[in-house]
Design a protein around this ligand. Structure first.
Ligand SMILES: [Zn+2]
Length: 259
């Protein structure tokens, strides 16, 4: 998908957050759609990793016109925060994606890129100083924009099969215990992995793009793998085992209870 900026630079020259943050404007954005006055209010937070060798390289790539990609924020390995696109504007971070039937996730969301080389990197872990900044910035964004815990998502959640970030080393449980995003208090359910139709329906209800067919197919394996990356990251092989089916029932039930 090719994007074209309709204006060159943002009008404000300071970050939206009161946290320590450096403003490095990107040229890669448009207004949120549909274009309304006041602008459409974002109600999803998307977390990414950069899969690049350094935060400096990512900052260059996310701001240069030639890349046609951007994000609202970047968090360096040491926890330093940069903002590149105003929260009111539509950054180009999600790409082809879907959540709860909405396919223009760029217009619905705010994005944070977390500097990390990805799982093939020699140091795939997210350092504590960086995770603390992820927590603080995410909490601040969600509070100011009234984004519910149920809508703090991974890029892999909205683009199964195409994206795997922020990947299996990202600790969603810790983040939720620190007050950002949803995580079940316990795992009491016994799910049935042979009931494909129910599992597909639960995945669809949570928000994943999946067709409820009642049969085990390629799309189901892909979405199960995306579910596991968020909710059972120790093993994200796309196999619908009994633990995955049980966790699916708990996430489904838990999200239904909070929303
Ligand atoms: Zn991403």
């Amino acid at each position: 998908m090719t994007e074209t900026a309709h204006h060159a630079v943002p009008t404000n020259k300071r970050p939206d957050t009161d946290l320590s943050c450096t403003w490095v404007p990107s040229s890669n954005f448009t207004a949120r759609r549909p274009e309304t006055d006041p602008p459409r209010q974002p109600d999803i937070l998307i977390l990414h990793y950069t899969a690049m060798t350094s935060a400096e390289r990512a900052l260059y790539w996310l701001t240069t016109p030639e890349s046609n990609v951007s994000c609202h924020y970047l968090i360096a390995e040491d926890g330093e925060i940069f903002q590149m696109v105003r929260e009111a504007d539509r950054a180009w971070q999600a790409g082809l994606s879907s959540w709860q039937g909405d396919t223009d996730i760029n217009s619905a969301s705010i994005g944070i890129e977390i500097a990390n080389g990805g799982p093939m990197n020699p140091n795939p872990e997210f350092p504590p100083s960086q995770m603390h900044a992820v927590r603080d910035l995410s909490a601040d964004i969600c509070k100011r924009n009234h984004i519910p815990a149920s809508r703090v998502l991974a890029h892999s959640d909205i683009a199964p099969g195409r994206k795997t970030d922020p990947g299996p080393f990202f600790d969603w449980e810790w983040l939720a215990r620190e007050g950002v995003g949803f995580w079940p208090a316990s795992w009491p359910s016994k799910g049935d992995p042979t009931d494909i139709r129910t599992c597909q329906q639960q995945l669809a209800d949570i928000g994943y793009q999946i067709e409820v067919t009642g049969i085990w197919d390629v799309q189901t394996r892909t979405v199960v793998s995306a579910f596991q990356l968020h909710w059972r990251r120790e093993k994200h092989d796309g196999v619908l085992d009994s633990e995955t089916a049980s966790r699916l029932a708990d996430v489904w039930g838990g999200l239904a209870a909070v929303s």
